[in-house]
Design a protein around this ligand. Structure first.
Ligand SMILES: NC(=O)c1ccc[n+]([C@@H]2O[C@H](COP(=O)([O-])OP(=O)(O)OC[C@H]3O[C@@H](n4cnc5c(N)ncnc54)[C@H](O)[C@@H]3O)[C@@H](O)[C@H]2O)c1
Length: 418
C-alpha cells in the first residue's frame, strides 16, 4: 500500500479519499479551505455522499486533512480534484488547476504519479499540467508519471458509486497509463483505458454534453407540446417503451450543478479557440436550457392570469430548489434564477426545501418557510421545482389551490404540468 494525497476535498475529492482509505492506502486530503480541513479532521463531512461516520472511519485508518503543501512530498500519488468553473467571459477558469498543479510541481516526490480528475478541455494534461511538472528538468516516466481520469460521481445515486462505476483512464505515455490503471484497479471494479489523455478528457465532455443536448431537446419539445396541447410526459413514456435506440430524458426548469451547465462550454470554447468554429449543438442546447427559468415564470404567470391575478403581488411558493432530488448541493440551480425573476417581477415568492435552510437571492438572504402546510395553503400557486423524496406529494396536491409541476410527478384537477 502507498501514500496518496488528494488535492481538493470537495464532492469529488472526499469520496475518492474514502474509497482509497478503504483499500488500505494512507490518504492525505489537501485543501486550501482551512475551515473545511478542520471540520474533516474533527470527523465532520460536508459532502452528501460521505457520512460523518465515513470520515471517522477514514481518520481511524490514517486519513488526515491538511493545508500543508509539504505533505505532497510524502505521497506516491497526487490526484487533483479542484474546481473547473467558468470565468467572467464564459470560458474555462483554469486558475484552480494551475495553482494545484504548481503546488504539486513544487513538492513532488521523485517518481510520483500525478492524476488530474477535474473536468477540463482536451489538451489540458499535455499542454498545461505536463509543462508545469517538467519545470526544473523533470522527465516524464523517469522523474514523474502523469495521467487523466475523469470523475463520474453522481451525487445521491444509491446504485452507482466510485467503486462500481467503470473509470476512464488515459496516460500521458503508455508507462504512465499502465501505472494509473494499476492505481485505480485497486478500488474501481472496471477500468476503461484510452489511447491518451486527450481522449479521456474529451470522453468526459461528451458524456455531459450528451446529457445537456438531450435535456435541451426534450425541453424544447415540452414547450412545443404545451403550445399544441400534447402531454409531453405521456410522449416520453410512450417513446420509452421502445426497447432499443431510445433513452428517456425529461423536461425540467433548466440544468444545474457543477457539471452539466458548465462542461459543454469547455468543449465549445476549445473548438472555437483551436478551430475558430462554433459547436452548434452545444450553443443551441445552452440557449434552450438557459431560457427555461424564464419559460417557467411565463407559465406561472399564465396560470395566475387565468385566475384573474397578476404575477405582481401574488403568493408563489417554490418547492424544492435543488437541481437534483435528495441532495443538498445548490450550485448553478436554475431554481435560483426562477426565484430571482419572480422577485424582480414583484411576486411574493417564497421557498421550501428540506435540504436548504437559507438561500441568497436578489441580494437578500431568504429563509425557507417554517410551516410547509401553512405556506401551501396561503399560496396562490405552488411550483414543484424538485420532487425530493421527503415531500408528501399527495398532501401538496390536496392542500394547494393550484400546482405547477415542472417534474411530471403530480396529477389532479388543480395540477398543471410543464
Ligand atoms: N460534483 C460533481 O458531481 C462532479 C462530478 C464529476 C466531475 N466533477 C469535476 O470535479 C472537479 C471538482 O469538483 P467538485 O464538485 O469536487 O468541486 P468542490 O468545489 O466540491 O471541491 C473542490 C475543492 O477544491 C478546493 N481547492 C480549490 N483550490 C485548490 C487548490 N489549489 N488546492 C487544493 N484544493 C483546492 C476547494 O476549496 C474545494 O474544497 C471539477 O472539475 C468538477 O467539474 C464534479
Amino acid at each position: 500500500m502507498g501514500i496518496s494525497i488528494i488535492l481538493g476535498q470537495g464532492y469529488v475529492g472526499l469520496p475518492l479519499a474514502e474509497a482509497l482509505s478503504e483499500v488500505g492506502e494512507t490518504v492525505f486530503g489537501f485543501d486550501v479551505n482551512q475551515g473545511l480541513v478542520d471540520n474533516l479532521n474533527a470527523g465532520r463531512s460536508h459532502v452528501d455522499d460521505v457520512s460523518h461516520e465515513g470520515v471517522a472511519k477514514m481518520i481511524a485508518a490514517g486519513y488526515r486533512a491538511t493545508t500543508d503543501p509539504a505533505d505532497i512530498a510524502k505521497a506516491d500519488t497526487v490526484v487533483i480534484c479542484v474546481p473547473t468553473p467558468l470565468n467572467q467571459s464564459g470560458g474555462p477558469d483554469m486558475s484552480y488547476v494551475e495553482s494545484a498543479a504548481a503546488l504539486a510541481a513544487a513538492n513532488l516526490k521523485p517518481g510520483a504519479l500525478v492524476v488530474l480528475e477535474s473536468t477540463t478541455y482536451p489538451g489540458t494534461t499535455t499542454n498545461l499540467l505536463r509543462p508545469l511538472l517538467e519545470e526544473g528538468g523533470r522527465v516524464l516516466d523517469k522523474d514523474f508519471h502523469l495521467a487523466f481520469s475523469p470523475e463520474r460521481i453522481d451525487p445521491g445515486n444509491q446504485k452507482f458509486n466510485i467503486r462500481n462505476t467503470p473509470k476512464v483512464v488515459g496516460g500521458e505515455s503508455p508507462e504512465s497509463g499502465r501505472l494509473a490503471v494499476a492505481y485505480y484497479s485497486r478500488f474501481v471494479s472496471q477500468i476503461h483505458q484510452t489511447k491518451g489523455t486527450k481522449e479521456a478528457e474529451t470522453a468526459k465532455l461528451l458524456e455531459n454534453t450528451y446529457r445537456h443536448v438531450n435535456i435541451a431537446l426534450i425541453n424544447e419539445l415540452a414547450m412545443f407540446c404545451h403550445a399544441l396541447d400534447i402531454d409531453v410526459w405521456e410522449v416520453v413514456k410512450a417513446a420509452s417503451s421502445k426497447p432499443y435506440g431510445f433513452q428517456a430524458f425529461y423536461p425540467g426548469p433548466g440544468v444545474g450543478g457543477h457539471c452539466i451547465p458548465v462542461d459543454p462550454a469547455y468543449l465549445s470554447f476549445e473548438v472555437k479557440r483551436r478551430l475558430g468554429a462554433d459547436f452548434r449543438f452545444i450553443e443551441t442546447a445552452m440557449d434552450i436550457n438557459s431560457g427555461m427559468p424564464r419559460y417557467v415564470v411565463s407559465r406561472i404567470q399564465a396560470i395566475l392570469n387565468r385566475e384573474g391575478k397578476p404575477l405582481n403581488g401574488s403568493k408563489v411558493l417554490l418547492l424544492g430548489i435543488i437541481y437534483m432530488p435528495d441532495i443538498a448541493d445548490l450550485r448553478e440551480s436554475p431554481s435560483l434564477e426562477i426565484f430571482e425573476i419572480l422577485i424582480d417581477d414583484g411576486a411574493d415568492a417564497r421557498f421550501f426545501d428540506p435540504h436548504v435552510a437559507t438561500v441568497r437571492v436578489a441580494g437578500d438572504v431568504r429563509e425557507r418557510e417554517a410551516d410547509l402546510q401553512q405556506a401551501i395553503i396561503e399560496s396562490d400557486v405552488v411550483v414543484v421545482l424538485q420532487a425530493h423524496s421527503a415531500f408528501n406529494l399527495d398532501a401538496i396536491v390536496n392542500s394547494s389551490k393550484t400546482v405547477f409541476d415542472t417534474r411530471g410527478v403530480l396529477s389532479g384537477a388543480n395540477v398543471e404540468r410543464l
